[in-house]
Design a protein around this ligand. Structure first.
Ligand code: LCS
Length: 394
């Protein structure tokens, strides 16, 4: 039984309660089966007609996927969730469910590079227009809305410079226009930010990151109302096929149990790394929402209960100096992705955001010499010593 008074860490460990409904197994079984036998022909027909609940085929649903969806909806405070093969599949599923050819969506300019490519390249091929805004002034969103607008999309904190967008303000605008607000909550996770409680309609995750937490799976999730999730499963996911595998769903269920402890450690390590970089003479600027010097620190504080493990910074000089730094680290791994136990370091303009043209990078406020660190859960002294050593090489 779940108690209302329980905190997030207790809820993450105990889940919505009860273990596997069939067996009581506390760690849910991995139902590694593509198909499910019907009791007889009528039973099969009833399942297909939606007259009876049950499992048919894993591209439609599967008990391990369902367990993950239940826990994720519970932790985000939503009615239902849908699991996908990747974060990109989740974003694609949400957009294709909401927008049709000839319609438009509004998105902030600074988003993960893959999301930017989906919006600018794939959606334009489908004749869905994406209207970009900086996201700093709420009036920008209002000005772009017309009768063909089908959703507002924001990522906050945004990849890669941790830009913060006002979730409550965007939710007010979306509500007034009668369209959904969609928030990519990958960087914050439900431990530090619960967008649905702030008026958001749909939350998206690249579960590849902190939800999985160990760099061993690629997956995505969307959380929202039961009506929307059911519609997305029926109208988009089943026939586009970007479903999560039962094993990956199980890995995420395991990851959720330790999410709070990992996030506490990522966050305290990241704050120390950001403070170290902030005072380093070779560093020009540091972006970490937990630093008072972050331009939107107050806004971050008003909608997040912690600031996460991502730090971005620009070093004096530019791309050449950044390369020396990345080639000199020994403990930090030069790799994209984020949210792993290991500290990962990357250069967004030539890696995760190489889908942006030089002009688009400038417009989005992503500097050429930007370095991004996904601060891991190692001993923070070792991470800082590694960066100190590499910065000395410049
Ligand atoms: N949303 C955000 C905020 C992301 O950072 C990513 C991936 C995605 C969505 C897409 O999720 P995926 O399909 O990869 O599960 N971000 C990456 C990054 O910064 N480096 O490599 C991938």
């Amino acid at each position: 039984m779940v108690k209302k008074s329980w905190g997030f860490a207790t809820l993450a460990v105990h889940g919505s309660g009860g273990g596997d409904p069939q067996t009581g197994a506390l760690s849910p079984p991995i139902y590694q089966s593509s198909t499910f036998a019907f009791k007889n022909a009528d039973h099969g027909a009833r399942l297909f007609a939606g007259e009876e609940k049950g499992f048919i085929y894993t591209r439609i649903s599967n008990p391990t996927q369902e367990a993950l969806e239940r826990e994720m909806a519970f932790l985000e405070g939503g009615e239902a969730a849908l699991a996908f093969a990747s974060g990109m599949a989740a974003t694609t599923g949400v957009v294709l469910t909401l927008a049709r050819s000839g319609e438009n969506i509004i998105s902030i300019r600074m988003v993960y590079g893959g999301t930017h490519a989906l919006f600018m390249d794939v959606l334009s091929r489908l004749d869905i227009e994406v209207r970009e805004v900086d996201g700093e002034e709420l009036v920008e969103f209002e000005e772009k809305i017309d009768e063909k607008t089908r959703m507002i999309f924001i990522e906050t904190p945004a990849n890669p410079t941790l830009k913060i967008v006002d979730i409550r303000g965007c939710a007010r605008i979306a509500k007034k226009a009668g369209i959904p607000l969609v928030v990519d909550n990958t960087f914050a996770t439900p431990y530090y930010q619960r967008p649905l409680k702030l008026g958001t309609d749909i939350v998206i995750h690249s579960a590849t990151k902190y939800i999985g937490g160990h760099g061993d799976t690629v997956a995505g999730l969307a959380v929202g109302s039961r009506e929307f999730i059911d519609r997305m499963r029926k109208e988009t996911l089943i026939d586009t096929g970007g479903i999560i595998s039962p094993f990956n769903a199980w890995l995420l269920l395991r990851g959720l149990k330790t999410l709070p402890v990992r996030m506490d450690r990522h966050s305290s390590n990241a704050k120390r790394v950001a403070q170290f970089l902030n005072f380093h003479p070779k560093v020009k600027q540091v972006w970490y929402p937990g630093l008072r010097t972050h331009p939107q620190h107050e806004l971050a504080k008003s909608q997040m209960s912690g600031f996460g493990g991502m730090v971005a910074f620009e070093i004096n000089g530019g791309r050449r100096e950044g390369k020396i730094l990345m080639d000199s680290v020994k403990l930090c791994t030069l790799a994209v992705s984020l949210g792993d136990c290991d500290t990962l370091i990357s250069h967004p303009p030539s890696m995760t955001h190489s889908t942006y043209s030089a002009e688009a990078l400038k417009e989005a406020g992503i500097p050429e010499g930007l370095i991004r660190i996904s601060v891991g859960i190692e001993d923070v002294k070792d991470i800082i010593d590694d960066l100190k050593y590499a910065l000395a090489k410049i």
